[in-house]
Design a protein around this ligand. Structure first.
Ligand SMILES: *Cc1c(COP(=O)(O)O)cnc(C)c1O
Length: 664
């Protein structure tokens, strides 16, 4: 652990001022919540769920424009009174439902607008958030739309098989597959699921053919194709010719021929592509759609029984609120996206008089990002040493002290750039005089304090200037305080830790006050080199976040938005996860407008499955019950049911030890 500096909760020094800067130095009385809205760009990334109320607190409207709202600050205080400590992750499942409904509505509108002859069936990629109640909520909210799930690994397949219970919804099976995965997925058909096995590697065709003969089941198959249109999102390199997943065009043709030989070309019904996550530019999506639609109609022409086109994920989230094609933003709306998908596919099919396919998208972050807020507090700060008081020097003080004070007192709008260089020179002089024994330690301290006071005053001036001279650009960065936050980035926001993702982060209260400090936020995890690394950036500021100064004894809460802690990595790992990935993070609190009473305490050091709150015994029990039902309905044979349960239990308990209950 790093030590917290002793300057905890010290009030920010007020510098004396005697000239034209006096007005600038006083905290602005005219600061309004609109100024805060603009500074943190909350409308850009938060609308319609997050806004600022008259009290200067963040309010949450979990149902968007359609419903009520609650005061986030008051909620956090109430939760703390119930002994739920910080950091706390608050979930708003109404937001989740609203996101899903919005996506559905946009596709419905696009389908009506273009008189598209097919339907839309969304699926949620389980890897984006495996939390049990989230996946269960999505299945429930999505059932009127036959919303399905996408699995990208065997553990995710187990979760999806046990959770998805909407008749007719799709279960897309992606990712690395072995025989056991493939057989388990095929047997899912017998439970009334609609599993579609998407071939991503050439070897998988033969495994599928063998399994199909062995089980005497006709699977529904898809192919994931590598498009030549390259994604430019942060994960853009997962598309294109060199991508790890997916088949090249020659490989797709080999698969078609293999299936034709086996008389199974009828099984091939789906074309899938995924050009990467967080695609910022709509033009990239359009290019991919055009290419994929062409491949789709060609596959139909080759004799495949094409019925589905799965456009993957990639629908972006505007993290910085700028609505641009910057990597943390996006330059299109969900409606633009849906329109483009529908229009492109319609056109390609019309040109060949083909029945248009059922459209599938695997939007993860666009559905699941908004529903949670991670709230944490500031433990303390480390400021540059301007000192609490700056007394005018007396006759006995060192001449250098007197001169620098004079300089400080005369900083004004006209001379600040020049004065900055003078101050730098004074500081250097002080250090060399000290080294040669002409300056006492006390005198050096006074000079340093004066130097920082000059910088602080200059900073205040340049914040109000339209143009900042080059040589002063870094001053703000140097002057920023460090705010130590009660959060382990690694545990609570692994995305930020792993890939430098940018999330909006801002105070959740005191937003009617001018944020007088700039601070770099540092968490309390210790690097191997023992330094705290600065982590987050806030929208509207390049380097540091603008925050209010800490008031002694009063907590200061910040919120991290759009940053549900995902476990992207382990979902696809065929190995038990490493121990640090098992650690639980924050307290977890689901909130629904209608029911605000339930909450769950965070668990520490539970197995990963515990982290996402599945109990493997529950999962197995669920599958066992369904299998028995299917047996009664004569949908599955005794042999098949034994095999399914055997595979399921084997996967859940033995191979994937991280899915296992600890056995004492
Ligand atoms: C990650 C992933 C997704 C989800 O992507 P988002 O950009 O979060 O929508 C969908 N499909 C596949 C195959 C993925 O790997």
């Amino acid at each position: 652990m790093s030590r917290i500096p002793s300057s905890l909760y010290q009030p920010q020094p007020q510098s004396p001022s005697s000239d034209d800067t006096a007005q600038l130095l006083a905290p602005s009385a005219s600061w309004t919540i609109e100024d805060s809205e603009e500074l943190y760009r909350i409308q850009g990334w938060g609308d319609p769920y997050f806004s600022i109320n008259a009290a200067g607190h963040i309010t949450v409207s979990p149902q968007g424009e359609r419903g009520g709202s609650l005061d986030l600050y008051e909620l956090v205080q109430a939760l703390q009174q119930r002994n739920l400590g910080l950091p706390i992750l608050i979930r708003f499942s109404d937001i989740l439902q609203d996101r899903l409904e919005r996506l559905q509505a946009c596709f419905a509108k696009a389908i009506a607008r273009y008189r598209y002859g097919g339907v839309y069936r969304g699926v949620f990629p389980v890897k984006c958030n495996q939390q049990r109640h989230l996946v269960e909520d999505l299945v429930r909210f999505g059932s009127p739309h036959q919303f399905g799930l996408e699995a990208g690994s065997k553990p995710e397949l187990l979760i999806a098989l046990a959770t998805l219970n909407t008749p007719g919804s799709l279960l897309i099976c992606n990712g690395y597959k072995d025989r056991e995965y493939i057989e388990t997925a095929m047997l899912g058909q017998r439970l009334g699921q609609v599993p579609i096995i998407v071939l991503e590697q050439q070897e998988e065709v033969d495994l599928v053919i063998q399994a199909s003969h062995h089980l005497d089941i006709q699977p529904v198959l898809g192919v994931r194709v590598k498009l030549s249109s390259q994604g430019i999102g942060r994960w853009g390199s997962s598309a294109g010719d060199r991508a790890k997943f997916g088949l090249t065009i020659p490989e797709v043709l080999t698969v078609v021929e293999r299936l034709r030989q086996e008389n199974m070309l009828d099984c091939l019904q789906l074309l899938h592509f995924h050009i990467g996550s967080q695609i910022s530019a709509i033009s990239v999506i359009k290019d991919a759609l055009r290419e994929a639609s062409r491949i789709y109609v060609e596959l139909a022409a080759l004799g495949a029984n094409m019925r589905y086109l799965d456009v993957g994920g990639g629908l972006g989230v505007d993290y910085d609120g700028s609505k641009t094609n910057f990597h943390a933003s996006k330059n299109y709306s969900i409606q633009n996206y849906a329109n483009d998908v529908v229009a492109e596919v319609k056109e390609a099919c019309a040109s060949r008089h083909l029945t248009p396919p059922t459209l599938i998208s695997e939007s993860g972050r666009a559905i699941a990002s908004h529903q949670s807020v991670l709230v944490f507090d500031v433990l303390g700060s480390s400021d540059v040493p301007t000192g609490a008081t700056l007394e005018p020097p007396g006759e006995d003080d060192h001449p250098l002290v007197r001169e620098l004070y004079e300089t400080y007192a005369n900083i004004g709008l006209k001379n600040y750039q020049e004065v900055y260089h003078d101050a730098l020179q004074f500081k250097e002089e002080a250090i060399s005089l000290f080294s040669f024994g002409y300056l006492s330690l006390t005198e050096r301290a006074t000079l340093e304090r004066l130097f920082w006071a000059c910088c602080a005053k200059i900073c205040t001036i340049i914040r109000h200037e339209d143009y900042v001279p080059d040589d002063l650009e870094d001053l703000e960065k140097i002057m920023a305080s460090i705010y130590y936050i009660n959060l382990s980035v690694f545990q609570s926001a692994p995305d930020a830790w792993a890939i430098g993702q940018l999330f909006p982060i801002m105070p959740i209260h005191r937003l009617d006050e001018e944020p007088s400090c700039r601070a770099t936020l540092a968490d309390l995890t210790c690097d191997s080199d023992g330094k705290n690394r600065p982590i987050y950036r806030s929208p509207g500021c390049q380097i540091s976040t603008r925050v209010a100064s800490l008031n002694s004894g009063e907590p200061y809460y910040l919120g991290l938005f759009l940053g549900e802690p995902t476990r992207r990595l382990w979902g696809n790992l065929p190995q038990p996860v490493r121990r640090h990935q098992l650690q639980s993070t924050s307290n977890l609190t689901p909130i629904r407008l209608s029911d605000r009473t339930c909450s769950q305490r965070g668990h520490h050091d539970r197995k990963v499955l515990g982290y996402v709150q599945y109990d493997s015994e529950d999962l197995v029990e669920n599958i066992r019950r369904r299998t028995e039902q299917a047996l009664q309905d004569r949908q599955i044979t005794l042999h098949e049911s034994q095999l399914l349960l055997q595979h399921y239990e084997h996967s859940a308990w033995v191979r994937y030890t991280y899915l296992a209950r600890p056995r004492q």
